[in-house]
Design a protein around this ligand. Structure first.
Ligand code: IPE
Ligand code: IPE
Ligand code: MG
Length: 246
């Protein structure tokens, strides 16, 4: 059995990102409404955050609501937003206890006002925490992120703040929502789907990908440890040869 205590602490992913998928199918399998799956998904978020703190992950980024998810039925969107607000209210204490700083990426001003305000409040009340940075991707889409970065850079070029010749990877990085986060080391997707669904396209350029055939509400500490162990056994070559890495 894979236990958190057995994990070796060297070579941990510094930045772990998760596409939390499969709430709806989990519920359907049990003959319940999708909402039931989302409610249980929240419990998995809670335990995963605590497990990552215990393991010593520095950055955890969770795909919580995509730009494309706005196309879901209105009632489902309302439920997801209600769950977001109630969890934030509940978790503030735990974040502070665990020294977790809350961060967001995405167009959060598109969220309902209640959710937007709650997020700002929890981010403000956890801003001095120095442990794990928990980033929620909300109303997040990678293409939208890149589009607004290009736009912002173009405006700066027009206003002679930067010159076109000087645009490099660092400048692009600095204009992304993730400017204060390192690149993703390990990306996990649950539910058995093998796709990225518009998540962190730029930031996963050299991430290790891990797909697991378990619906998000069933994702446990054992699954997490197994994924990290798998990551620790991979050789990340970044274009070099094996021999060059020794
Ligand atoms: C993930 O589960 C949660 C969100 C995308 C908000 P889904 O709701 O996508 O569940 P499935 O993939 O339909 O089973
Ligand atoms: C990706 O899941 C988005 C989140 C987990 C928030 P989806 O369920 O929306 O992805 P697709 O549509 O199946 O690719
Ligand atoms: Mg899904």
């Amino acid at each position: 059995m894979d236990k958190i205590e057995d994990l070796v602490s060297h070579n941990l992913p510094k930045h772990l990102a998760i596409i939390m998928d499969g709430n709806g199918r989990w519920a359907k399998q049990k003959g319940k409404l999708r909402v039931f799956g989302h409610e249980h998904g929240v419990k998995t978020v809670r335990s995963t955050v605590e497990n990552c703190v215990q393991i010593g992950i520095e950055y955890l980024t969770l795909y919580t609501f995509s730009t494309e998810n706005w196309n879901r039925p209105k009632l489902e969107i309302q439920t997801l937003m209600r769950l977001l607000v109630s969890s934030l209210k509940k978790e503030l204490k735990t974040f502070n206890k665990n020294n977790v700083r809350l961060n967001t990426i995405g167009n959060i001003s598109a969220l309902p006002e209640k959710a937007y305000k709650e997020l700002l409040e929890v981010m403000d009340k956890t801003k001095d925490n120095t442990g794990m940075t928990l980033t929620l991707a909300l109303s997040y889409g990678s293409r939208e992120e890149l589009q607004s970065a290009v736009r912002a850079i173009a405006v700066k070029v027009k206003n002679n703040i930067i010159s076109a010749e000087n645009i490099d990877e660092t400048i692009i990085n600095n204009h992304l929502y993730t400017h204060n986060l390192p690149d993703v080391d390990l990306l996990i997707r649950t539910s058995g789907e093998h796709r990225i669904s518009n998540f962190l396209l730029w930031q996963i350029a050299y991430a290790e990908l891990y797909f697991i055939d378990v619906f998000w509400p069933d994702f446990s500490d054992q699954h997490l440890v197994k994924a990290i162990k798998n990551y620790q056994n991979r050789e990340r070559r970044f274009g070099k040869t094996s021999e060059q890495l020794i």
